[in-house]
Design a protein around this ligand. Sequence first.
Ligand SMILES: [Zn+2]
Length: 313
Amino acid sequence: MNWISNYVRPKINSLFSRREVPENLWSKCGECGTMLFHRDLAENLQVCTNCNHHMAISPRERFRALFDGGTFTEVPVAAPKPDPLGFRDQKRYPERLRMAQRQTGEKEAMLVVEGEIGEVPAIAVAQDFAFMAGSMGMYVGNAILAGARRAVELERPLILFAAAGGARMQEGILSLMQMPRTTVAVEMLKEANLPYIVVLTHPTTGGVTASYAMLGDIQIAEPGALICFAGPRVIEQTIREKLPEGFQRAEYLLEHGMLDRVTDRRKLRDELVCLLRMLLKMPSKVQGDLPPPGDVLVSDASSATRPPPTAAE
Ligand SMILES: [Zn+2]
């Protein structure tokens, strides 16, 4: 019977299954399974046009859609000592870093920038889940510190977009030290009486949730985002009980008083402009008077005319 399941069945399947869709042009929504053209998806800020499922968005893409005219300047971040523990699992830590740099085109898991959002000068920091699961190492600590210092120096508010699998195990105790360190950075903002707004995106977990990501003056989350310290699976295994539907998701946390808002990514900019103006006691502006955000980044313009893939079975 083995040759039927091991040889004949895969052969038949391969004959009948349709050709694979080029990865760079079409993405499949993880929630509803709809095939989405990359340009439509980029224009909709990586939110599924069918079911509104929020997919991951890179920090640069997010900032383009956030800042007036899509323009912002990077704030330099001090480079930490590389590979302080000489860590190695299946791969050496520096090798993992290089891989993540190649895949994302970014230096590290956090980007710090400054610019104007609805004519309000602000500093923004975004964590990149695509870069080693956005894990919090020394660089991320340095980045938050750099963002907070710049905010205090220029007397501007700080907006932080969190996304992380937790602390970076390759840096051991040094990554855990970023929890008190970033808490001090947030304290600097509070002492200077500057607003600190946190936007929690999917997923924000571990030591990040136990430090800077939960210390905002206003806590906003994107719809459906998983926000927790220990994940649902770990809790279920420990207490041996079934957890309620939607446990630790943004909507559940809003209902239970852990968040102030759950906001659709496409409405987030307007909401941030409104909040920043309120917190900074600036006069409110009429929507139409404010400059628009930048155009979306679409990597391959020539592919726009490509026909859609044949419908999946
Ligand atoms: Zn969908």
